[in-house]
Design a protein around this ligand. Structure first.
Ligand SMILES: [Zn+2]
Length: 185
């Protein structure tokens, strides 16, 4: 199913051993990304994996991500980890474990030539952060494509910005905004 087709009725509840506990549809083939991050990090309650165009294009350039905009300040410093062992689908526990190890304690990682993974301790944090990562990647691609010098926020300023802009309350505000945009399901 496309992401825009998902409703509460189409969700599956699963255990970490690939068994569908509740729901009718077949499970997604890249389930091990989610399962192995959940197994490795008990603090994480939501793992987003998707294939967004700007993030994929940006990660393929090999440039480090910079805080050109507020969104970038959520992820750097340091640079976002990158999984490069394969660009193929993640269908085994072994590959899922490698992604869990790549993301480590970070909020997100790029799967180079494939997509992104974002791990949050709330659903709203994971979703809003995934959207922010796509925006940060898009903005840096635009700046790079200008062919001109571009600047970014210095590391010492970022921590203060991060607290103001990406604190729990602000993330929730953005999340509820996106929920209003979608409307009732
Ligand atoms: Zn994928």
């Amino acid at each position: 199913m496309g992401l825009d087709e998902i409703t509460p009725e189409t969700l599956l509840r699963m255990d970490l051993e690939e068994n569908v506990v509740e729901g009718e549809l077949p499970r997604h083939i890249e389930f091990p990304i989610h399962a192995e991050i959940f197994r490795a990090r008990p603090d994480i309650t939501c793992v987003v994996h998707t294939h967004p165009i700007y993030s994929i294009a940006f990660a393929a350039t090999g440039q480090p991500l910079h805080a050109i905009s507020h969104e970038g300040a959520q992820f750097t410093p340091s640079d976002i980890p990158r999984f490069t062992r394969t660009s193929d689908l993640i269908t085994t526990r072994e590959l899922g474990e490698e992604i869990a190890s790549t993301i480590g304690e970070s909020l997100a990682c790029y799967l180079v030539n494939h997509g992104i993974v974002v791990a949050g301790n709330t659903i709203d944090k994971a979703i809003v952060s995934a959207i922010n990562l796509e925006r940060a990647s898009h903005i840096q691609l635009l700046a790079s494509a200008s062919g001109q010098f571009f600047s970014w926020t210095l590391d010492e300023e970022i921590m203060g910005k991060r607290e103001k802009i990406f604190g729990e309350g602000m993330i929730r505000n953005v999340w509820t905004y996106y929920c209003r945009r979608i409307g009732p399901l």
